[in-house]
Design a protein around this ligand. Structure first.
Ligand code: ADP
Length: 519
């Protein structure tokens, strides 16, 4: 009889068990050690607030890294060096200079950094003269697209990789790429011999906006680093080089900025539906947070009155100042819109919505801040004259005014056709403005209809004026019921949309990748 706990079928397996444990520890121990070491993450993006912003991508890349400075993660950001006011004001130090081959010419570049204390994380900018030293991110100040997007963003991505491969000490544990402007990186590091020493660095790719793919024809293949012909299929979608599709195929992990948006992309992503269904095994939807330090009603320097006394006082005073500035009716509620005049934002319905709101005599004011499609601008501009005193318009981009509207409006309307996450509704909730939103993407994940338990806003289903007007009627009814209206505002302002929860979810993904890397 064998006196061992490891006796099975009368045989002593203790030696085998011991050797299995030793063998397993070989794997588990280094893994455990790796996980406890902070993960160095480099966010690679076209935008980062406050350096360069056209929308939500900048807000995310400018906020998430602040919440990723802890014992588990240290994050930094790299973007192109644009000719933009905030960038031009900083004291930059050169940290690297090099060049990348662009098929028939050598493109020199320099990497600069600023004091990490300025933003709360290290920010690097890549100077590519002739490519990014322009006064706009994707288009000139008049809204004309530059037209050499492929050349610009390929040179940026290659420069980032050339810089990272130059020195092991600066190499991140994870490259976190954002949107199609950085979508070729997962392919390049995996399949281009030129960047082979980065092949083991895992890539996470986040889709902020799946409508834009950054596609370009095969005739521009010369821009890319060398790769074997048989790998071309990884870059291609529908006959062209598609950086978004390439990223989805080649990244280690894929995320979108809300769970609902990930599901929607599988049925509506401008042609990539099937691909997203195929790659769903490595995909997660993580709702963006907001920067609760920059967006704090108690300290926000853009506001006329900060939240020091009561919420009603805060709302009343900020509304009074807004209504005064825009010559609106003092006693009526104020419904606002902030954003790009783009089809995906449903901005094309705004002119009709404004017209019918006032021609049908809804008892409200409206205020719109934004810019974009010229026909929408013109139509709204005409209506601002027609309905002066009840409707006002600010054409352009104005960060301070956006903050003042979130604080001073009663309602914020978002008739979005597509809303990957949407930040406006979260800023509105935090500043005591009730969102009126279409049931789509991140709006579904962050707003609850007032008719449901825990209701925080008003929801409608279709981008149709009649549907939105119905939501307006419900909003105005709520406004009349002062007790309920104030209760909803007070409760909304307590909701937690900080980055902490989302940062934790990203960290979980980084940890899972690192374990996979060791195994
Ligand atoms: P997008 O699809 O445009 O990225 P998001 O909701 O993710 O939409 O982010 C929009 C951000 O841009 C918010 O911070 C919003 O306040 C800001 N914004 C949009 N248009 C304007 C404008 N004209 N002036 C000021 N801020 C704006």
């Amino acid at each position: 009889m064998i006196a061992s706990q490891n006796a099975i079928d009368g045989k002593d397996y203790s030696k085998s068990v011991a050797s299995f444990v030793a063998f397993r520890n070989l794997w588990i121990k280094p893994t455990a050690k790796l996980v406890s070491k902070p993960t160095k993450v480099l966010h690679i993006s076209a935008e980062c607030y406050p350096a360069a912003k056209t929308g939500g991508l900048a807000d995310v890349v400018g906020a998430l890294p602040k919440y990723q400075q802890n014992q588990a993660v240290v994050a930094s950001v790299v973007i192109p060096k644009y000719d933009l006011p905030w960038i031009n004001k900083q004291q930059w130090s050169e940290v690297f200079s090099g060049g990348v081959w662009m098929g028939f010419y050598d493109q020199p570049f320099k990497v600069y950094s600023i004091d990490p204390a300025i933003l709360g994380f290290p920010l690097f900018c890549i100077e590519l003269l002739g490519k990014f030293d322009r006064p706009g991110i994707y288009s000139d100040p008049y809204g004309n697209y530059y037209g050499d997007e492929a050349e610009r963003f390929v040179s940026f991505q290659k420069s980032v990789l050339r810089w990272l491969q130059s020195d092991e000490s600066i190499r991140p544990d994870i490259m976190h790429c954002h949107d199609h402007h950085t979508g070729l990186i997962p392919f390049m590091v995996k399949h281009s011999p030129e960047f082979q020493n980065l092949a083991q660095v895992p890539t996470v790719f986040t889709i902020h906006n799946g409508r834009y793919h950054g596609s370009f024809g095969w005739h521009s293949r010369y821009l890319l680093p060398h790769f074997d012909d048989y790998l071309g299929g990884l870059l291609e979608w529908k006959g062209v080089i598609n950086p978004l599709a390439a990223a989805i195929k080649c990244c280690w992990r894929l995320t979108t900025v809300s769970r609902a948006y990930l599901e929607e992309l599988k049925t509506d992503s401008n042609g990539l539906e099937w691909l997203l269904q195929q790659e769903s095994f490595k995909s997660n939807g993580i709702l963006n947070g907001i920067d609760t330090v920059a967006w704090d009603p108690a300290t926000d320097p853009s506001l006329k009155v900060n939240l020091k006394k009561s919420v009603p006082y805060f709302k009343r005073e900020n509304k009074a100042s807004l209504v005064d500035t825009f010559h609106l009716e003092k006693k009526l509620p104020l419904i606002a819109f902030i954003g790009r005049f783009a089809i995906e934002k449903g901005a094309d319905v705004l002119p009709d919505l404004v017209y019918r709101t006032f021609s049908q005599n809804y008892q409200t004011n409206m205020l719109i801040l934004g810019s974009g499609e010229p026909p929408i601008q013109h139509a709204l501009d005409n209506m601002a004259r027609q309905f002066a005193g009840r409707f006002s318009l600010y054409l352009g981009y104005n960060e301070d005014l956006a903050h003042q509207i979130y604080a001073g409006a009663d309602f914020l309307v978002m008739p979005s056709r597509v809303e990957p996450c949407g930040l406006n509704q979260m800023y509105a909730l935090r500043y005591g403005t009730i969102p009126i939103v279409r049931r789509t993407g991140g709006l579904r994940d962050s707003v609850v209809d007032i008719g449901d338990p825990g209701g925080s806003g008003l929801m409608f289903n279709h981008v149709l004026t009649s549907d939105i007007l119905h939501a307006f009627s419900r909003a105005l009814e709520l406004y009349e019921n002062k007790k309920k209206f104030n209760q909803v505002i007070q409760k909304n302002m307590q909701l937690d949309f900080s980055w902490d929860k989302s940062a934790e979810e990203y960290q979980k993904i980084y940890d899972e990748i690192k374990i996979k890397q060791v195994i």
